[in-house]
Design a protein around this ligand. Structure first.
Ligand code: PPE
Length: 308
């Protein structure tokens, strides 16, 4: 197993052994990418493990499902409690949590409507997604030759499983070319987001992140948290257009995501960002973010859902 597993997975309301959480090869979503998912993290706090912004993640899962007309056979409260339960029963202090709602076995063909909907929730300990060095020293990125979705091709507002072939191709292209991460542009040529993260640029103290709907980026919950944190720190933050040369000339660029957390980008297309080392704004925001997720900042304690 390439990563650390846990004992149980929540599957359709039951706790099953990790190895037994299986599906049939004719599962609809395996063929047509017709599923929706979330990525959530739980962090160790003084009161035990706490899930970060659980309600927002569950709400986004249901919004994604609505876009694809996938009827999740549970309520938002039931899914939220299932997330807390899976963290509790696996006895982990901190972990990554992956809920996925998918169309199961029983129907084939492109019409998804007759298919039964299944829900699985797994969790496992997952360290820094872009490497420990990435968090401290920053990562390199390349503008991808793959474009982010046109909203009339696939709905970027929804976290659909099949949509991630776009991200995977961009990721592989970047890795093969020797970069850590890819930055995708919208069909109009504006900076959209990274493969599984939103992006921010800082210049002269002004922080800009793309207007998600306009550029086909996912409305990130970490992005939202970072916007709040940055504004609370006194920075001006705007949702606005960014073109690739804005990244080359920015003082600082960083990315945000549940898995990746907050990571500086130290070079874009072989141009150093600023001086090529993580800048003060990024470092301050990183520090506040990590303090917030661990329950160390009073004003952000409402973001935590304790599992015990
Ligand atoms: N954009 C995309 C395309 C995306 O997948 C994510 C999350 C984000 C932005 C940031 O959203 P948020 O996590 O709410 O701040 N990507 C998830 C999957 C990552 C993966 O590689 O798998 C995640 O971070 O959990």
């Amino acid at each position: 197993m390439p990563f650390e597993t846990t004992e149980k997975i929540w599957l359709d309301g039951e706790l099953v052994d990790w190895a037994e959480a299986r599906v049939h090869v004719l599962t609809h979503s395996l063929h047509y990418g017709s599923g929706v998912f979330e990525g959530i993290r739980a962090y160790a706090t003084e009161q035990g493990p706490a899930v970060f912004r659980l309600r927002e993640h569950v709400a986004r899962l249901f919004r994604s499902a609505k876009v694809f007309m996938i009827e999740i056979p549970f309520t938002e409260d039931e899914i939220a409690e299932a997330v807390r339960q899976i963290v509790r029963v696996n006895g982990v202090e901190s972990c990554y949590i992956r809920p996925v709602a998918f169309l199961g076995y029983g129907e084939m063909g492109l019409n998804p409507l007759p298919c039964g909907v299944q829900v699985a929730i797994a969790c496992w300990p997952w360290g820094t997604y872009l490497g420990d060095d990435g968090v401290t020293k920053g990562v390199t990125a390349k503008i991808s030759t793959w474009q982010r979705h046109d909203p009339n091709a696939v709905p970027a507002a929804a976290k659909g499983t099949g949509m991630y072939v776009n991200s995977s191709m961009a990721k592989v292209e970047a890795l093969k070319a020797g970069y850590d991460e890819a930055i995708l542009l919208s069909p109009q040529g504006l900076v959209s987001e990274c493969t599984g993260e939103n992006i921010f640029a800082v210049r002269d103290g002004l922080i800009t992140t793309p207007d998600n709907s306009l550029v086909g980026a996912l409305a990130g919950i970490t992005q939202d948290s970072v916007v709040t944190i940055a504004r609370d720190l006194g920075y001006e933050v705007r949702f606005g257009a960014i073109v690739r040369s804005d990244l080359y000339t920015a003082d600082e660029v960083f990315l945000t995501g549940t898995a990746a957390e907050v990571v500086p980008i130290r070079a874009v297309d072989d141009r150093s960002v600023g001086t090529g080392v993580p800048g003060p704004v990024t470092k301050l925001i990183q520090e506040q973010y990590f303090a917030a997720v661990r329950g160390e900042v009073d004003r952000y304690k409402e973001w935590l859902d304790h599992v015990r």
